[in-house]
Write a protein that binds this ligand. Structure first.
Ligand code: HEM
Length: 137
């Protein structure tokens, strides 16, 4: 017999990844930390023309929230992500890929997620970063 203290079956499994890892504030922490790294990066920083990295931080945050099952604000504002196409104006070579992932790795580490969540998130980020490479060498 199910005890009164048991969480009803199904409840937890139906949560999105977004909810499981703590929702908006987790994604805000992740991307904020990531852009602190970008701000200091001699290769990546010049790719962002704006003086203020805030708008880019907001776009990536909203995109990742949506990707993982959160609100669809990114697409409401920006339309279909078409990420590869949006990166065409930038030289994403192996060095840019490595730098991007290095800052993301630091940011993911600071979240201290459960190992399974961390594994899923990192798996996605590494595959997504590889798929964004558009320039050899
Ligand atoms: C691999 C190295 C990467 C580099 C060097 C790079 C660089 C950039 C730059 C310079 C921008 C323009 C700033 C802006 O308008 O927001 C940008 C935008 C963006 N990037 Fe990346 N990016 C990389 C990988 C990724 C990956 C893996 C993702 C997703 C997981 C991603 C998601 C985005 C998003 C959502 C935007 C904003 C798109 C928009 O709505 O305009 N990027 N990226």
């Amino acid at each position: 017999m199910e005890g009164v203290n048991e969480i009803p079956r199904g409840t937890l499994q139906e949560q999105t990844f977004y909810e499981q890892v703590g929702g908006e504030q987790t994604f805000r922490r992740l991307v904020h930390r990531f852009y602190q790294g970008v701000a200091e990066d001699p290769l990546l920083r010049p790719m962002y023309p704006e003086d203020d990295l805030g708008p880019a931080e907001e776009r990536l945050t909203l995109f990742l929230m949506q990707y993982w099952g959160g609100p669809r604000t990114y697409s409401d504002n920006r339309g279909h992500p078409r990420l590869r196409m949006r990166h065409v104006p930038f030289t994403v070579n192996r060095a840019a890929h490595d730098a991007w992932l290095r800052h993301m790795r630091d940011a993911v580490d600071e979240l201290e997620l459960a190992p399974e969540h961390e594994r899923q998130l990192w798996h996605y980020l590494t595959y997504a970063a590889a798929s964004m490479i558009n320039t050899e060498g």
